[in-house]
Design a protein around this ligand. Sequence first.
Ligand code: 13P
Length: 338
Amino acid sequence: MSELNQIALKIVSNGKGILAADESTPSMDKKFNAIGVEPNPENRLKYREILFTSNGMKDYIGGVILFEETLNQISKSGLPIPQLIENQGTIIGIKVDTGLKKNPESPDENITSGFDGLEDRLKKSYEIGARFTKWRALIKISDKFPTEVAIKSNAIDLAKYASIVQNFNMVPIVEPEVLMEGDHDINQCYEITARLLSECFNQLKLQSVDLSGILLKPNMVVPGIDCQNQSSTNEIAKMTFNCLKDNVPSEVPGIAFLSGGQSEIESTRNLNEINKINDTNFIFTYSYGRALQQSALNYWGKNPDDINNIQKIFNHRAKMNSLSTSGKWAEDIDKINI
Ligand code: 13P
């Protein structure tokens, strides 16, 4: 077993998943403004430190994805944040893409940027303790989009990124996300997700990426937010499972979904259902941002000093998601008294 494969498995095995705490500064600004908290580095640190010191980290969070700012912050106990996370037994990851730009090959669509200075950033992140990375490509569905060229150029860049990261001995999370925004139905999401995944793996193979040393972070196959025809949990689970089973090579050690705008309960319920029907060796787990943090963040906004209950809320969400990785979650146990 290669070192990268071991790291990947450690992150997603034993009912663990990933906490995506790598929201960019503008994205955190929006979240903090919505709950009336001043957006600044101190408050971002205060909030994230509460999550990272929660008991739930040890049992349910195998990896945390950080934004570069957090990787360099010092906790209130004096420990650098990476060390504090390592003390929980959790592996540190770092978002290395730098967001979206206009796709020169299709100007009404986007492509992800981040190759400038990538090697330097990887070297520094590794020295501070990061062992995995994330790069997110976004595909939007509408009448005219996505174009073939958008799918292909994003897949080429994801593979190029993955190959560079593996050269630095880190596990790349490959994140091709089909957005939920729009009124497309579940069949359209299925078709685009299948095409995108298939192109990504073509490119990953062409660029000689070791598939046993990556983690895939896909969207679930769901209807668009504005679709008139919403789908049952069963349908979402079956279509998501089939799409991944048919398009992801078996060497990939773990598939960790993003939540993408689903509510906390929806993301847990859907993952639970996917794991109930999983008859393959794939590990299906979570790499949630919003769906692990939303309730904790809202509570923190109103009760910033009530650390116990903020952590209780986060631990509960993490535990519910962990149960869903083995199909053992149920709606009636998903209750918490604060
Ligand atoms: P969400 O779970 O909020 O979609 O975030 C996951 C993520 O890391 C997106 O890149």
